[in-house]
Design a protein around this ligand. Structure first.
Ligand SMILES: Nc1ncnc2c1ncn2[C@@H]1O[C@H](COP(=O)(O)OP(=O)(O)OP(=O)(O)O)[C@@H](O)[C@H]1O
Ligand SMILES: [Mg+2]
Length: 399
């Protein structure tokens, strides 16, 4: 819980990546699919063979949280049936930099009673499988970011066969049912399979679940639910959520990344708190974006001509006046004309201004969305306005 008396947050931990939300909007279908794939074991525990599933999806598409949420629920369902089934989730980037360390980690989580000292990797796995059999215990394993592990192992070129080992755990007791309920291999894309030996690749099988990129509407639903958990009621308006969802869905690099959207909200919340504000405003979000992620540099602005600067100033003033995330080019044009008048410039035509808007958007200085209009993401309006005024003043002295 937040310790500050005055804060926009109710519980900011709920925005951290380590928090696995109870409900995952737009991932229900994939969780249902996982349930179906593993339901046999729930119906006849101890009388199934090991299942291998692959889970793929781009950055921030919810692979990790989907696997965790499914795994924890599944473990609970087993427990309720009186079956000791443990879900073990291994983050390869953190916990498994080699085959040896991976197996050590798996053992320490799945069967901490078994000592790994002095054993080879193969021995560790067979000790674990025997132990699980003897103690009537079961394991469902997820290997997260497995592509990273495979690449590392290949680079070292000494040891291999992680996929081979883990997909054939049941072969230690041929013909018998397995205490390993299944292994879920998680990666951003299936490309890493090219690094595997053909025989190893074939043991992965064909059961693949793909998580599509989130679009703006889906991100909005997700953020709404997360905001409800993390922020005080009324601290974050619908408009803010929509704005952050829109930006995250359309950003050039890794569009649809939910982690990015949550980070922006968290940073904007911190900024709101630092100003003792009881609401997160569009300016807080813009500042979060400019400080944390983008940044319109003075260098970018120096390359613009006077009309470029005037259009940008028009955009800033229009956004300040309208207090909306985007303004139409028509509105912007009205403000642009006022700026020109103030500076003694002859305004350019509406269609030329449209061209300037497009150019500014290619430069990444403004954000132009068909149907919505112009927004600013790289700076707060206040900072940008100050910067533009001083730039224009400087220019007037030179010209
Ligand atoms: N459907 C969802 N509902 C709620 N939160 C979500 C959802 N999808 C993703 N998130 C959140 O977004 C963040 C990123 O998700 P996650 O870590 O699962 O992505 P990932 O696909 O594993 O990304 P990476 O490829 O970088 O490992 C996490 O904080 C997660 O809780
Ligand atoms: Mg992940």
């Amino acid at each position: 819980m937040s310790t500050r008396v005055r804060s926009v947050f109710k519980d900011r931990e709920k925005l951290f990546p380590s928090h696995i939300p109870e409900r995952l909007p737009h991932r229900e279908r994939q969780i249902r699919l996982l349930n179906t794939l593993f339901e046999d074991f729930l119906i006849k525990p101890g009388r199934t063979y090991q299942r291998i599933v692959q889970l793929y999806g781009p950055v921030g598409s919810g692979k990790t949280c989907t696997a965790w949420r499914f795994g924890l629920r599944y473990q609970q369902m087993c427990l309720e049936k009186g079956v000791d089934m443990r879900y073990v989730h291994i983050n390869c980037k953190l916990e498994a930099k080699s085959r040896f360390v991976l197996y050590q980690t798996i053992l320490s989580k799945a069967a901490p009673e078994v000592s790994t000292r002095g054993h080879s990797p193969e021995e560790m796995l067979s000790l674990m499988v025997s132990f699980l059999r003897e103690s009537d215990r079961y394991l469902l394993l997820s290997l997260d970011d497995v592509d990273y592990l495979i690449k590392r192992i290949k680079e070292e070129d000494r040891e291999g066969g992680v996929v081979y080992d883990l997909t054939r755990l049941n072969e230690l007791y041929p013909g018998e049912f397995s205490n390993i309920v299944g292994v879920i291999f998680i990666a951003r894309d299936p490309g890493y399979r090219e690094l595997l030996e053909p025989s190893e690749r074939s043991t992965l099988g064909n059961i693949v679940i793909r998580l599509p990129r989130y679009d703006a509407r889906q991100l909005r639903d997700i953020l709404e639910a997360r905001v409800e958990e993390a922020f005080k009621p009324g601290a974050v308006d619908e408009e803010i959520i929509e704005y952050v969802a829109e930006i995250a869905a359309r950003k050039r690099e890794e569009p649809g990344d939910c982690r990015f959207a949550l980070d922006v909200l968290l940073a904007a919340g911190y900024i709101a708190d630092s100003e003792w504000s009881d609401r997160v405003t569009l300016e807080h979000v813009r500042r979060a974006l400019s400080e944390t992620f983008w940044g319109i540099s003075t260098d970018d602005l120096m390359t613009l001509d006077r009309h470029g600067i005037a259009v940008l100033m028009g955009a800033v003033q229009a956004l300040q006046a309208e207090k909306t995330p985007y303004v139409s080019i028509k509105t912007l044009y009205e403000f642009y004309r006022m700026v020109c008048e103030n500076q003694g410039l002859k305004p350019q035509s509406y269609s030329s201004v449209k061209g300037i808007v497009r150019d500014l958007s290619y430069r990444g200085i403004i954000d132009y969305v068909e149907g919505k209009g112009v927004g600013i993401i790289g700076a707060t309006l206040e900072d940008l306005s100050r910067l533009l005024t001083s730039l224009e003043r400087g220019r007037r002295l030179v010209f």
